[in-house]
Write a protein that binds this ligand. Structure first.
Ligand SMILES: NC(=O)c1ccc[n+]([C@@H]2O[C@H](COP(=O)([O-])OP(=O)(O)OC[C@H]3O[C@@H](n4cnc5c(N)ncnc54)[C@H](OP(=O)(O)O)[C@@H]3O)[C@@H](O)[C@H]2O)c1
Length: 305
């Protein structure tokens, strides 16, 4: 595939509520810094490079960007970079953000937003930073179940007010999805998932598919490296063999495998590197054969978590 052929449209389309998006999107958590994310002493990324990555993503057909107000390093904020690079926003661009977690101004983790007032403050913070009057999609990101229905209900109230178009969930279990759906429609679930890691998420992936809800995995490349990023450790021989056959990189096969888990699975790989960005978007055009999937399934469920 030549660079001219790369477009996120090749990954197919899924509707987040009434908003169609290409199945390969972009995660903005890696943009504000190099190396590990969400640490107070992160090294800020070169501003021009971060802006270039965002503009290139959109140029290559990405119309689904995941962000959060708590994605920032000492000098850069993902939301501000998105605003500076992309506003006025293309009509078809869906910016998904998440609320719940909080960091103080110094970057240290603070108390989760547990009340309606705290959640409203976070929604308003995202509106200010992104320069919007409403948010396309807000995920309630939880770590504990306390007051779950009250918190999701508070977001549903803000949706009724017109501050939020669609609602999603993150880091949740089937219990949460069931409770939330009784309060308001849920268009996506963002949970960790990827080749060889987080197999406990299979149930949620299938459940979302059964309900026509997008499953949007994070850490599909980083795996157990989580915020620290991809480990760079040697790849499983099954992945390298399939990669060779498709003239692809192992990371591209990881993403392609994830997308092959269902039409409702959307990818939001995170990178601050232009070459990786192009490879990730190109991965949406990789069509794995049944034989490839058989080979990969042999290696997809290790237990080293
Ligand atoms: N809802 C939640 O709780 C939650 C949690 C975490 C993340 N997220 C979202 O999900 C997105 C994805 O997660 P993530 O960024 O942590 O992990 P990821 O996309 O699984 O992996 C990112 C890591 O892989 C590397 N990478 C990216 N493309 C690559 C390629 N083509 N070849 C080799 N290495 C590559 C990146 O480094 P380089 O920068 O060097 O490319 C980085 O270390 C985030 O950006 C964020 O928007 C959501």
């Amino acid at each position: 595939m030549t660079i001219e052929d790369i477009n996120a449209a090749a990954s197919g389309t899924w509707k987040l509520g009434d908003m169609p998006v290409h199945r390969v999107g972009f995660g903005a958590m890696r943009l504000p810094q190099t190396g590990g994310a969400l640490v107070a002493d992160a090294v800020p990324r070169d501003r021009a490079q971060a802006v270039a990555v965002l503009r290139r993503a959109v140029e290559l057909g990405v119309n689904h960007i995941d962000t959060a107000a708590f994605y920032f390093s000492p000098l850069r904020s993902a939301n501000e970079l998105i605003n500076s690079a992309l506003a006025p926003y293309p009509d078809d661009l869906v910016i998904a953000t998440k609320v719940g977690p909080a960091r103080d101004a110094s970057g240290e983790w603070a108390t989760h937003a547990m009340t309606a007032a705290a959640l409203r403050g976070q929604v308003e913070e995202n509106l200010r930073q992104l320069g919007r009057d409403h948010l396309d999609l807000v995920n309630l990101r939880i770590v504990r179940d306390d007051a779950f229905e009250e918190r999701f209900g508070a977001l549903a109230d803000m949706q009724k007010e017109g501050l939020i178009r669609h609602l999603g969930l993150s880091n949740v279990r089937p219990w949460n999805l069931e409770k939330a759906r009784a309060i308001a429609p849920v268009v996506c679930v963002q949970n960790p998932y990827g080749f060889g890691v987080f197999p406990e998420q299979d149930e949620m992936l299938r459940l979302c598919g059964a309900h026509g809800i997008a499953f949007v995995p994070f850490y599909s490349l980083a795996g157990t490296g989580r915020e620290g990023g991809a480990s760079g450790a040697e790849e499983a021989p099954e992945i390298t063999a399939v990669a060779r056959a498709h003239e692809a990189t192992p990371a591209q096969i990881r993403l392609a495998w994830t997308l092959h888990q269902g039409e409702h699975v959307l990818a939001i790989p995170g990178t601050g590197d232009l070459r990786h960005l192009e490879q990730n978007i190109a991965a949406g055009a990789v069509r794995l054969t049944d034989d490839d999937l058989d080979v990969l399934s042999e290696a997809a469920r290790p237990t080293d978590q």
